[in-house]
Design a binder for this molecule. Sequence first.
Ligand code: F6P
Length: 372
Amino acid sequence: MPKTGRNAIRRIGISTGGGDAPGLNAVIRAVTLAANNRGWEAVGIRDGYNGVMLPDQYRDGGLIALTPERVRGITHLGGTIIGTTNQGNPLHFPVKKPNGKVVEVDRTDDLVRGLAANAIDAVVAIGGDGSLTIANALAKKGVRIVGVPKTIDNDLSKTVATFGFDTAVSFATECIDRLHTTAASHRRVMVVEVMGRYAGWIALNSGISGTADVILIPEIPYDLTSVEEKIASRFSEGHNFAIVVVAEGARPKGAGYSVIEKKAGAAARLGGAGERVAQEIGRRTGRDTRHVVLGHLLRGGSPTTFDRLISLRFGAAAVRALATGRTGVMVALDPPKVRYVPLAEATARMKCVPLDCDSILTARELGICLGD
Ligand code: F6P
């Protein structure tokens, strides 16, 4: 990559898109410092790409200057200092028609022009499936762009892990641990719903680690009769409580996801999966049953050491990629290395839980009911 001339990188933009995840700020810090070391300026684009697409919406402008001073002390902080959004996808941008109807329009050309108008020579796009699909579209339109895999759901292909997942699983496990004592004291069935829209990684890993009796994930549509039998056998064996972990995307056999809202330009919102399971368990078993939704608590708090480290490694690797002329790639964890994979490959298929994977086999060996 030339250091001077028309193709030189002088200024890079950082975008954080989709739901937040612990580790975003660590990536922002690593990208900023690594860029600064190369003499590049770094700016944060507010709220995904809204800072470029809708700059008038911001009193201080749509970009945030990211200096070493600005990113000091943020590695351990949850959230993102530049903001994020899971609405306003430029590939499906919501536009209100004169008749009041909202339609989705592809506004990526406007975004490409906006990046150039802001003298942004290259972009580090930190996000999940949706944000990296946008990054891939921008790469095809000639934007120099490198993706960083983020999502607590861990559902991105071609990387062993996304950052944010370890923190979410650790916290979910701690919550399940805490539910044991209250469940046992009241002789109850406790149903805990965790995030995981279309992939059950959080439910599976926290459920096994937290010694749940039942784990329901989107990849295995459930039959409540097997759940009922598992709970009945547990009580008949003398245990006086049961723990059921439900991914938000879990659904009964033959039924769809529990969608509560679908707005133009945004992903479908799910909700109610845990409550539905709890009601049905209570009705079928006659046991006192309660449910709790961990939801956005899983996205908050400090990243674990694992997440901090991969976030910092991903951020530094993204800048190295741009410095060596790479574009249209995603940084991926392939222990012990970080490598680069084409964005098209990373976004081609969601990484769901394989039904023959070791964790599924482990759950079955431990006697955990998976609802099938
Ligand atoms: O994609 C990550 C995720 O945490 C999903 O598991 C969940 O469905 C979604 O975000 C919820 O996002 P929000 O409520 O912020 O729109």
